[in-house]
Design a protein around this ligand. Structure first.
Ligand SMILES: Cc1cc2nc3c(=O)[nH]c(=O)nc-3n(C[C@H](O)[C@H](O)[C@H](O)COP(=O)(O)OP(=O)(O)OC[C@H]3O[C@@H](n4cnc5c(N)ncnc54)[C@H](O)[C@@H]3O)c2cc1C
Length: 393
C-alpha cells in the first residue's frame, strides 16, 4: 500500500442507511474508518423525501435505538402499525394480521426512509470517528488476502484492511470485486406518494393484489396514507407523466374509493423493481452488506430490516476480533458472517419471490392459488401468528 494517498482499517462504499449504520456501529472502537459516498455532503446532510416509508420490526428498532438513531427521529415521523389486511381481487375476504389478543403493542412502525438516513447521518457526524469522503464513487478495486486498494473517481488511491460494499442492489463495488449476483429485473415499477383521505385508516395497512396491479395503503398520521401502486413499467411511466389532477383521478379510480376522497400530500416517486442476490457475501479483504448483498422485493417490507441486522452481525464480529487483537478481515470471520446472513435471509427472500410470482400472475390457476393461499393462512393461525411474531421479534 506504499503508493496509496491514505490508508484505513475499513473503507465503506456507500452511505445509504445500511452503510451509515455500519459506520455508526464501528464508532465504538478506535478503528480508522472511511465512508465513500457518491452524493455530496450537503445532499447526505439533507436527505429529501423519497416516497419510501420503511416498516421497521422491533429487532430493527432495537438496533437503531442502540445506535442512538431511534431517539433522534421525532415521534411525529413514527407511525404505529396496528394491523394489516391482505385482499385478493374483488373478493371481500381479507387475510388479517393483528397483534396477539390483549396486546396494545403495534406490529411495528413506519418511518420515512429520509428520516432514518438523516438520523444515522447525524450520529455518524456526531461520533466523528469515520471520515466521510463525499462526492466520489469507487471506480477501481484491487484486493488480496493481505488487503485492498480502491480507486476513487477523482483519481485518489486508498488502502484498507477491509472494504465493505454498501452501494445498493446494483453495486458497482460488487462487480469490481468480481462477485456475481442473480439480478432479476421484474419489468414493473412501484409508484409511491402520500395522500390525504376522507376515511379513517385505523393504523391498519392494506395490501391489495388486484388484477394487473397491486396497491398497498400504509397508514401514517391521521387521515394520511402512503399509496404504493405496482404496475407494468410502461403503465407506471404513463401515470407518472400525468398532471396532478389527472393522476389523482386515476389513483382514486384504481383504489375504488376505499379511502374515500383523496388529495395528494407529497411528491410522486417511481422505483423500477429489481431483486438481487449476490452469489457470495465476501471476497478476500472485502464483504457485502445491505442491498449490495441482498436486494429484496419491497412487497414484504424487509430489505432494510435484513440489511440492518446483517451489518450488525458483521460489525459485532469485527469489533470482537479487533478487541482480541485478531485479524478483522480473517476469511473465517467473513465466511461465518456469510453463513449467518444466508441462513437468516434466504427463507424470506425466496418466500417473497414466491408471493410476487403468485400475486402477479393473471391466469386462472394463479388466481385460484392465491385465493386458496389466503384462506389456508386464515384458517391456520400458526401462519398468521408466525408472521406477526416475526415482525414483533
Ligand atoms: C419502494 C420501496 C419501499 C421499501 N420499503 C421497505 C420497508 O418497508 N422495509 C424495509 O425493511 N425495507 C424497505 N425497502 C428496502 C430498503 O429501502 C433498502 O433495503 C435500503 O435502502 C438498503 O439500504 P442500503 O444502504 O443497502 O442501500 P441504498 O439505500 O441503495 O444506499 C446506497 C448508497 O450507496 C451510494 N452509492 C451507490 N454507488 C456508489 C459508488 N459506486 N460509490 C459510492 N457510493 C455509491 C448511493 O448514493 C447510496 O447513498 C424498500 C425499498 C423500496 C424501493
Amino acid at each position: 500500500m506504499a503508493d496509496c494517498d491514505d490508508s484505513f482499517d475499513i473503507i465503506v462504499a456507500g452511505a445509504g442507511p445500511v452503510g451509515l449504520s455500519f459506520a455508526a456501529t464501528l464508532a465504538k472502537s478506535d478503528l480508522k474508518v472511511a465512508v465513500v459516498e457518491q452524493q455530496t455532503l450537503e445532499a447526505l446532510a439533507n436527505p429529501p423525501f423519497d416516497g419510501r416509508e420503511i416498516a421497521l420490526t422491533y429487532a430493527s428498532i432495537r438496533i437503531l435505538r442502540e445506535l442512538g438513531a431511534w431517539d433522534a427521529i421525532s415521534a411525529c415521523h413514527k407511525s404505529p402499525l396496528h394491523g394489516a389486511r391482505v385482499l385478493n381481487g374483488s373478493s371481500p375476504f381479507a387475510l388479517c394480521f393483528d397483534p396477539p389478543r390483549g396486546s396494545a403493542e403495534p406490529l411495528g412502525y413506519l418511518v420515512p426512509n429520509c428520516r432514518i438516513r438523516d438520523a444515522l447521518f447525524k450520529i455518524v457526524r456526531l461520533n466523528d470517528r469515520a471520515q466521510l469522503l463525499c462526492g466520489h464513487s469507487v471506480v477501481g478495486v484491487t484486493n488480496s488476502h493481505k488487503g485492498v486498494v480502491i480507486e476513487l473517481s477523482d483519481g485518489r488511491r486508498l488502502g484498507a484492511r477491509l472494504l465493505v460494499a454498501a452501494d445498493s442492489r446494483l453495486s458497482r463495488t460488487r462487480d469490481l470485486l468480481g462477485i456475481a449476483a442473480d439480478i432479476n429485473r421484474l419489468g414493473s415499477s412501484m409508484l409511491i406518494c402520500r395522500v390525504r383521505h376522507e376515511r379513517a385508516h385505523h393504523q391498519v395497512a392494506i395490501e391489495w393484489f388486484d388484477h394487473h396491479q397491486t396497491i398497498a395503503m400504509l397508514p401514517l398520521m391521521e387521515g394520511v396514507s402512503s399509496l404504493l401502486l405496482t404496475l407494468r413499467a410502461n403503465e407506471a411511466n404513463r401515470l407518472l407523466a400525468f398532471e396532478d389532477d389527472l393522476f389523482l383521478m386515476e389513483l382514486t379510480d384504481r383504489c375504488r374509493k376505499r379511502l374515500g376522497k383523496m388529495t395528494l400530500a407529497s411528491t410522486r416517486h417511481a422505483y423500477p423493481l429489481v431483486t438481487t442476490w449476490a452469489h457470495r457475501f465476501w471476497a478476500p479483504s472485502a464483504a457485502l452488506i445491505g442491498d449490495a448483498a441482498i436486494g429484496m422485493h419491497p412487497v414484504t417490507a424487509h430489505g432494510f430490516n435484513i440489511g440492518l441486522s446483517g451489518q450488525n452481525r458483521l460489525a459485532r464480529r469485527i469489533l470482537t476480533a479487533h478487541r482480541d487483537c485478531r485479524d478483522i478481515a480473517d476469511p473465517e470471520l467473513l465466511r461465518r458472517y456469510e453463513g449467518c446472513l444466508r441462513l437468516s435471509a434466504a427463507p424470506l427472500y425466496h418466500a417473497t419471490n414466491l408471493i410476487v410470482g403468485l400475486y402477479s400472475g393473471e391466469h386462472a390457476a394463479a388466481r385460484l392459488a392465491r385465493h386458496v393461499g389466503l384462506r389456508f393462512a386464515q384458517h391456520f393461525p400458526f401462519v398468521r401468528y408466525g408472521i406477526s411474531a416475526m415482525l414483533r421479534r
